[in-house]
Design a protein around this ligand. Structure first.
Ligand code: NAI
Length: 359
């Protein structure tokens, strides 16, 4: 790998005002005049690749496209490093990135508590109807009809994926006095540790689904987890159970979830992420017709709550994200990892198969 010479041009895609504020502050403090960032509000796609011409470093977010054609196009215009500003890396073709010798780094860990706490906010909003109460009271309607929820104490909560965020969520749920079940093919703690530290039990997915009153998704999106919640698994759930997804939209087959909501099999659905979110999330479409009928159908249910992928969105998390991006940039400049710094936290190694493997 050739060492980049300063000032290094960095193209930042899907930029919002807060990205610029935090990244500018971190870069000017940690690496004054090393980088020359250019900020683009547009998402990265084949159409917007020309904005990154002659930029060696590219920063992308969750809904940017980093598939094979985009990576090849970026590489041909000089890109050598891809800095994700998120934990999930499902939107990048890592096999092609490795083949091109691109340095790729994600932000493996930033305030897992931020996401876990938001998961609780969604769950309790859905469960206790605080969103509806807020609207009613503002109109002078103090009627409680239709606002009844359930007490979480003593309920069984199933956590699918007990990595950093799943464990942070488990800790909070334990504090509520819930019974905790978890399903994870490669849990970060042993069964005994999990039981001792979190008061929970590791069980097969089928057991978790059939015994939980609340199911919360915290696994990454991979080939193996796409539609992990489908018609078959929805049918295994307890009738009327609540489902929360703050991980990635395609973990749930949305059309199956709609059917389960219509039949009452699913008692409520809280989403921070949505299968086809890239077309709408992070932008204001309030003045347009939304053409996604599935999303619009979801919004008609009184027991569905949709947020626009904001679980990560705290001051602390944004600061940590930008600091990690700066550290990743430094790694790249110093040639510390020339292929893939997803390994940096000793957490993941990706070598060709396209599936992340824990090391
Ligand atoms: P992590 O890598 O620490 O943990 C993920 C866990 O899921 C691991 O223990 C893994 O073994 C497990 N897992 C993998 N396949 C599974 C399967 N088939 N069934 C059950 N468990 C499985 O990741 P972390 O940091 O906890 O993040 C989880 C996900 O949360 C990320 O991949 C990302 O998609 C999402 N996320 C969402 C955010 C938001 O703003 N809504 C912000 C940050 C992350």
């Amino acid at each position: 790998m050739t060492t980049p010479t300063p000032p290094i041009k960095l193209a930042v895609f899907s930029t919002k005002s807060y990205d610029k504020t935090y990244l500018d502050t971190v870069l000017s403090t940690t690496h004054p005049s090393l980088f020359e960032p250019s900020y683009h509000p547009f998402a990265l796609s084949l159409e917007t690749v020309p904005l990154a011409a002659n930029h060696e470093a590219i920063s992308a977010f969750v809904n940017d496209t980093l598939d094979a054609p985009v990576l090849r196009a970026l590489h041909s215009t000089g890109a050598r490093a891809i800095l994700l500003r998120c934990a999930g890396y499902n939107n990048i073709d890592l096999t092609v990135a490795e083949e091109l010798g691109l340095f790729v780094a994600n932000v493996p860990s930033y305030s897992p508590e931020a996401v876990a706490e938001f998961t609780i906010a969604l769950l309790q909003t859905l469960n206790r109807n605080t969103h509806r109460a807020y609207n009613r009271v503002r109109e002078g309607n103090f009627n409680l009809e239709g606002l009844m929820g359930t007490t979480l104490f003593g309920k069984t909560v199933g956590v699918i994926g007990v990595g950093r965020i799943g464990l942070a969520f488990a800790k909070i749920v334990r504090g509520f006095g819930c019974r905790l079940l978890a399903a994870d093919p490669k849990p970060s703690s042993s069964e005994a540790e999990f039981e001792e530290q979190y008061g929970g039990k590791l069980v097969p997915l089928e057991t978790l689904l059939s015994e939980s009153d609340i199911v919360s998704l915290h696994c990454p999106l991979t080939k193996g987890t796409r539609h992990i919640i489908d018609t078959q698994n929805l049918a295994l759930m307890k009738k009327g159970a609540l489902l929360v997804n703050t991980s990635r939209g395609p973990l749930i087959n949305t059309k199956s979830a709609i059917e389960a909501l219509k039949s009452g099999q699913l008692g409520g659905l809280a989403l921070d992420v949505y299968e086809e979110e890239a077309a709408y999330f992070y932008n204001d479409h309030s003045h347009e017709i939304i053409h996604d009928d599935t999303l619009m159908r979801l919004m008609t249910f009184p027991n569905v709550l949709v947020c626009g992928h904001q679980a990560f969105f705290t001051r602390e998390a944004l600061g940590e994200i930008c600091e990690t991006v700066a550290r990743n940039l430094e790694d790249w400049v110093k040639g510390r990892h020339c292929v893939n710094s997803l390994v940096r936290e000793g957490h993941l190694v990706v070598r060709g198969e396209g599936e992340p493997v824990r090391i």
